[in-house]
Design a protein. Structure first.
Length: 161
């Protein structure tokens, strides 16, 4: 009887350890979608204007390839509001081109949310016009194509072009 209890205890202990090891593997090696998996994912904490925002690290980010209106220019509020609606208090993915920062110290990046390019959406919807500064041309063609679509529809900034 003593031997049977000992064997049962050993069996239960082995199963318990196996379950713990399996749980550790699941928690550390299989990451669900809701867990941040990339070092280029950031929460947007503030939108400055239609092409600049602040991320959780307190870095300012300037979107590459687009230029939104400045304060007191036509469509400034609409552009800022559109960008806010897209990304404010949401997690985005940032992609670098060749230059890391602009002359003002802002990070230069392409931004994505739910696999949608924010840079391209701003151009497509007429909330920003194309602006390419060498050497950052990685997505130039896509932004130009989005601007062409906008010009056909003549919405927002594209209406006056």
């Amino acid at each position: 009887m003593e031997k049977n209890n000992s064997k049962l205890f050993t069996s239960v202990l082995i199963i318990f350890i196996a379950v713990i090891v399996l749980l550790i593997i699941i928690l550390f090696y299989i990451k669900p979608d809701y867990i941040k998996t990339s070092s280029n994912e950031f929460l947007v904490t503030e939108v400055i204007d239609g092409d600049t925002f602040v991320i959780e690290t307190l870095e300012y980010v300037r979107l590459i390839g687009v230029n939104a209106p400045e304060k007191n220019e036509l469509f400034y509020n609409e552009s800022k509001d559109f960008l806010s609606l897209l990304i404010l208090n949401k997690t985005i993915i940032l992609e670098k081109d060749l230059d890391n920062r602009d002359n003002f110290g802002r990070l230069l990046r392409y931004a994505y949310i739910n696999n949608i390019s924010i840079n391209i959406e701003l151009a497509r919807k007429g909330y920003a016009l194309p602006l390419f500064i060498s050497p950052n041309f990685k997505h130039k063609q896509e932004i130009e194509n989005a601007t062409k679509e906008c010009l056909k529809t003549k919405i927002n900034l594209c209406a006056s072009q």
